[in-house]
Every structure is written in structure tokens, then in C-alpha cells.
Design a protein around this ligand. Structure first.
Ligand SMILES: NC(=O)c1ccc[n+]([C@@H]2O[C@H](COP(=O)([O-])OP(=O)(O)OC[C@H]3O[C@@H](n4cnc5c(N)ncnc54)[C@H](OP(=O)(O)O)[C@@H]3O)[C@@H](O)[C@H]2O)c1
Length: 345
């Protein structure tokens, strides 16, 4: 029965030159394959859009496998099992897996060949599946371990979070506040800066387009900062290096300001601060912290339930809108977690 069905998927047909354009992508109809033993067919309901997908569009850069041309893109998605030839999944199960950018995905309990590795997720009226692409998923875990494990959050730290109105940054601001810290956030518009302060609870925030980041950060954190959660790189990293106090730390999470560049821009000119002030700069990939997921989810579920953590979503509807939504994400047009809803309600 699966073989009769057709689904759509998004292919990358050209490596973007600078900011991606709609004609770098193509929507393709595909006939769904017959399932082999051990496989299940998932009807994807939501997919995640992540800035790091732009890095993979450059090809193999040593970061994660590059996206191949004329092949479907991938990324985290959730969906419902509609057919199964494995005892691991039954029709109706909600699953999380890495085969987004397509309406249907073939999955297994362990990845193999054409099938992605999927995991069942617990959903209920208060816990929609799409939260596993945001606060209850790797996005949330990134904020959590970035602050606690990588940044070694310490009592009394003043924390600066860039990209603070985004998915990871917005959660990092709130987790740091829940732990009693003074938090400064930056974002790309006055409205977003107000959201970071008034809704997410940061003590101060600024719009980085209002002037030199270094001056804006100095005004927002006149006594300096102890921990910088870096989502942006570039001018934000340079500003943080100036404002960090002795033995301060940087959790290097991302560098979205540089993702469209064909060749990596040079590092900050004031890197010598790391020596002069005894700073620690530590990069990380969240995959290395998967073991922290159960503890993180327990805490995050409680925060979501009691309102201690709030989160916004920017949603595009329909797989045909996914490329435009990804372009909009990189332009900073959304707030919170960027998602594509793949099936009508
Ligand atoms: N290390 C890991 O394992 C890991 C895991 C997940 C994500 N990340 C990284 O974490 C960062 C945030 O990811 P996310 O999923 O939460 O994305 P996001 O913050 O929700 O979306 C990206 C945001 O970046 C901002 N931006 C774009 N260009 C910018 C520029 N030139 N300067 C400053 N800000 C710019 C835009 O917001 P504004 O309007 O505020 O500019 C945009 O909304 C990214 O760097 C991502 O690669 C790392």
C-alpha cells in the first residue's frame, strides 16, 4: 500500500552563493517505497529549520556531512508511524527522527541504508510532538548544556546571550534567570530586544543594529560579564572578549553571522584578551551531550508546566514553503523556534 503513495521532498539543487535563494531549492514528488523488514513509514507532521543547515549547504566543511546536490535535505522532524514492518514501531506512534524536508520518511529503530534512526516520543495534550524539535529536544539541550556543562555556570555570574530572541538563545536566557543570574541578551530588532527583556526576563537587552556591539554591551553590562553564550560569532564575540572579566568563559555554540560566507571570516582581532584575562573559550556540539537528555527533559518539562520557561514559534505551513522559511530564518525574520508544519490540521 505504501508503494502507491506519493510524497514531496525538498532538494538542494545549487550551493547558495551568500544568502540562499528560492531557486537553490526544488520541490520533488517521490513515490514511496515498499517497506523492507525492520522499517516503518512515518508521515512527518513538523520539521525543524536550523541555521547550521546553511553550513551543510556549503558541502563537506568538516562540520557535519554536507548536503549533496539533487538529494533531499535532512534535519530533525516529528511524525506519526503510518505503516510498520518492525515491532519497534506501531501505526500511530509519534516519533522523532532526522529525515525532515520531506513529507514521508522511512525509519528504523537503528539507522541503516535508506532508513533514518527514529525514537518514540511521549506526547499528550500538554506536550505536543513539535516541542521535541524545540524546548524538549536538542535545541533545549543545547541551551542547557551550553550554560551548565560547557559554560560552567557559577554563582554570581553575569551572563550575556546573543541571538537571545532565537530558539536556543531564548531558552538560555530563561535557564540562566531560573538559576538566579543577571542576564543580558542581544537581538536583531527593538521588538525582539523588548521580548527578551519583558517576556523572557532578561535584566537588560539591546538591538545590535543600534550601534557598535561593544558599546551596546558595555552600556548593558557596565561591570562586565562572566559568561558569554555565543550564538552569533563576529562582532558579538569581539565585544564579549572585551567585556569579559578575568577568568571569564565563552560557550561557543554557534556563529550564525558567518554561515553565509563562502570562506570563513578571520577571527576577532582582540583574541589576545583570552591570554591577558585567562579566559576559557570552549566550543561544543550538542550531540556529545546526548547522555544529559533525560535529566534535562525532566527539568524542562517542569519549567514548561509551571510557566518558568516560555517559548515562541515561527511557523510556516506546507513543505512548499520550507525554503522561504529557511531564508527568512537566516534573515532574522522570526522569533523563537522556526518550524514547518507539514500536514494540515
Ligand atoms: N553547538 C550546537 O550543537 C548547536 C546546536 C543548535 C544550534 N546551534 C547554534 O546556535 C545558534 C542559534 O541557533 P537557533 O536554532 O536557536 O537559531 P535562531 O537563533 O532561532 O535563529 C537564528 C537567528 O540568528 C540571528 N542572526 C542571523 N544573522 C545574524 C547576524 N549577522 N548577527 C547576529 N544575529 C544574526 C537572527 O536573529 P536576529 O533577528 O536576532 O538577528 C536569527 O533569527 C546558531 O548559531 C546555531 O548554529 C548550535
Amino acid at each position: 500500500m505504501a508503494a502507491a503513495r506519493v510524497g514531496r521532498e525538498v532538494h538542494l539543487v545549487r550551493r547558495p552563493d551568500g544568502a540562499p535563494r528560492p531557486d537553490d531549492f526544488r520541490l520533488v514528488d517521490v513515490k514511496l517505497p515498499e517497506l523492507a523488514d525492520g522499517e516503518a513509514l512515518v508521515r512527518n507532521t513538523w520539521m525543524s529549520l536550523d541555521p547550521a543547515m546553511r553550513i551543510r549547504m556549503h558541502g563537506d566543511t568538516g562540520y557535519m556531512p554536507g548536503f549533496a546536490l539533487d538529494r533531499p535535505l535532512d534535519g530533525m522532524a516529528v511524525g506519526d508511524v503510518v505503516a510498520s514492518r518492525t515491532p519497534a514501531f506501531a501505526p500511530g506512534d509519534a516519533v522523532l527522527h532526522p529525515f525532515g524536508w520531506r513529507e514521508y520518511a522511512v525509519v528504523r529503530a537503528g539507522a541503516s541504508g535508506r532508513a533514518a534512526k527514529a525514537a518514540r516520543i511521549e506526547t499528550d495534550a500538554a506536550t505536543p510532538a513539535r516541542w521535541y524539535l524545540g524546548p524538549l529536544g536538542r535545541v533545549g539541550l543545547t541551551a542547557y548544556v551550553g550554560l551548565i556543562d560547557v559554560g560552567e555556570l557559577r554563582a554570581g555570574d553575569v551572563v550575556f546571550v546573543s541571538g537571545a530572541a532565537g530558539a536556543v538563545g531564548g531558552l538560555a536566557v530563561q535557564i540562566a534567570k531560573l538559576r538566579g543570574h543577571t542576564v543580558v541578551g542581544s537581538a536583531g530588532s527593538a521588538e525582539k530586544a523588548a521580548y527578551v527583556r519583558d517576556e523572557l526576563g532578561a535584566d537588560a537587552s539591546f538591538c545590535y543594529r543600534d550601534g557598535q556591539v561593544c558599546e551596546l554591551l558595555a552600556a548593558a553590562a557596565p561591570d562586565g560579564i562572566d559568561l558569554y553564550f555565543d550564538n552569533v560569532g563576529g562582532d558579538h564575540l569581539e565585544a564579549a572578549l572585551d567585556l569579559l572579566r578575568p577568568r571569564g568563559r565563552i560557550a561557543m555554540c554557534g556563529a550564525v553571522a558567518t554561515y553565509n560566507a563562502a570562506t570563513p571570516p578571520p577571527g576577532p582581532p582582540n583574541l589576545f584578551n583570552a591570554i591577558a584575562k585567562g579566559l576559557t573559550l570552549r566550543g561544543f556540539l550538542v550531540h556529545a551531550y546526548e547522555g544529559r537528555m533525560p535529566e534535562f527533559r525532566r527539568e524542562m518539562r517542569a519549567w514548561l508546566a509551571d510557566g518558568g520557561v516560555r517559548h515562541r514559534e515561527t511557523v510556516a505551513e506546507g513543505i512548499e514553503r520550507a525554503p522561504a522559511a529557511f531564508i527568512a530564518l537566516l534573515r532574522g525574520e522570526g522569533t523563537g523556534k522556526a518550524l514547518v508544519k507539514l500536514q494540515p490540521s
